[in-house]
Ligand binder design. Structure first.
Ligand SMILES: Cc1cc2nc3c(=O)[nH]c(=O)nc-3n(C[C@H](O)[C@H](O)[C@H](O)COP(=O)(O)OP(=O)(O)OC[C@H]3O[C@@H](n4cnc5c(N)ncnc54)[C@H](O)[C@@H]3O)c2cc1C
Length: 339
């Protein structure tokens, strides 16, 4: 259902249509912008086609005091069923530039990670093979310091360039980005990644390819692939890992694999994934997050925190377990256990 028209928003979008070559739309179905396929409507959607357009769009939206959320592929986002009362700025395929010079690479934030990693492999550049199966944009990966096999892309970053939410440019070195497990200063300072310089080691393209194929087949074997999901829901905490193992194992031992709430399910394939069976709502997912977190805490004494982020209707964004704690009205959902 489209959100009610907002005259201020309408006039800003009309102005942006004249200066932006990418998509500018009033109203957007958030289900199409999240890999969970969950969420209501946003008031507007802009897909800038260049870095300069992105800065211009953010400056115009800030000037009009309109709430903004910058997204990539939506592979780590849970939009609320009540939607988002603001404008989504999507850094997508139009910003997919890639250039290589020796062991150094420049790339734009919208490039799709599996494509980026394959491109590196073709050039015999090694270091990011672990990220081959991560279905997001480079900007989202850098912002989240994402990766797998306990690695993160921060290791390969030389510098990051972009802008703040008012469109003012910045440049940060790897040290200034302060990368840590699934986090960076880009998150704490609310900065938008538009491009990055990265560096890799030289290796045999055949060996890189074999490594990527092994990583992909391991992921295909372990992770659900046919139902919409946002990857691992909970972060792996090293202290918990050393005593009780990763979140998926802890949730499974708590007997929650296959637990359903409304249209959402703790995947019977991997318990750290929550899948959308077709009609899941954001509250269904938050209910399962809350259930898994409290049950694992009761059994192990560890609180698991979420990697997945919830977007509230006012645009505030935070780890989903924080939103779950507030959203839970236990009577609101009947939990149907499936074994
Ligand atoms: C099947 C599946 C498997 C996954 N496996 C992994 C995995 O192995 N390892 C892992 O780390 N992640 C994994 N993920 C999660 C996700 O793919 C990563 O977090 C990814 O890097 C997010 O990128 P995105 O473009 O989709 O970002 P989005 O989900 O769109 O956004 C995530 C956050 O990044 C911010 N953001 C996005 N783009 C930018 C930008 N250009 N500048 C500043 N902020 C930005 C958003 O505001 C939001 O806060 C998986 C997801 C799925 C669906």
């Amino acid at each position: 259902m489209p959100r009610a028209a907002n005259p201020k928003l309408r006039s800003v979008l009309a102005r942006l249509r004249m200066s932006v070559s990418g998509r500018v739309e009033e109203g957007a179905d958030l289900r199409c912008l999240s890999r969970w396929r969950i969420g209501g409507c946003a008031s507007g959607l802009v897909e800038p086609a260049t870095a300069a357009e992105t800065r211009l769009v953010l400056a115009a939206l800030a000037e009009a005091s309109l709430p903004v959320l910058v997204v990539g592929d939506g592979s780590n986002l849970l939009f609320d069923d009540a939607g988002f009362d603001g404008v989504i700025v999507r850094i997508g395929p139009a910003l997919s530039g890639f250039r290589r010079e020796g062991r150094c690479v420049w790339a734009e934030a919208g490039i799709w990670v599996p494509r980026f990693v394959r491109e590196l492999g073709r050039h015999g550049l090694s270091g990011l093979e672990h990220a081959i199966g991560i279905p997001g944009t480079l900007g989202g990966l850098i912002y989240m310091n994402g990766g797998s096999q306990r690695k993160g892309i921060g290791t390969n970053i030389v510098s990051v360039r972009g802008c703040d939410l008012r469109g003012n440019p910045f440049e940060r070195s790897q040290a200034q980005c302060a990368f840590h497990y699934r986090g960076s200063s880009l998150q704490t300072d609310g900065l938008i990644v538009l491009e990055a310089d990265l560096s890799f080691t030289k290796a045999d393209p055949g060996a890189i390819r074999r490594d990527m194929i092994a990583t992909l087949s391991e992921r295909r074997r372990k992770f659900p692939k046919n139902l919409p999901n946002c990857g691992s829901v909970f972060l792996s905490d090293p202290a918990m890992y050393s005593i009780v193992g990763p979140p998926g194992a802890a949730i499974e031992r708590a007997g929650l694999k296959g637990t359903r709430l409304g249209g959402a399910e703790i995947s019977p394939i991997h318990a750290n994934f929550i899948v959308n069976l077709g009609q899941a709502t954001s509250n269904d997912v938050l209910g399962l997050v809350h259930l898994a977190r409290t049950r694992v805490h009761d059994e192990t004494g560890f609180w698991m925190d979420c990697e997945v982020r919830h977007v509230a209707p006012d645009g505030s964004i935070r780890p989903a377990h924080e939103a779950a704690a507030e959203a839970i009205t236990t009577e609101a959902h009947a939990i149907e256990l499936e074994t």
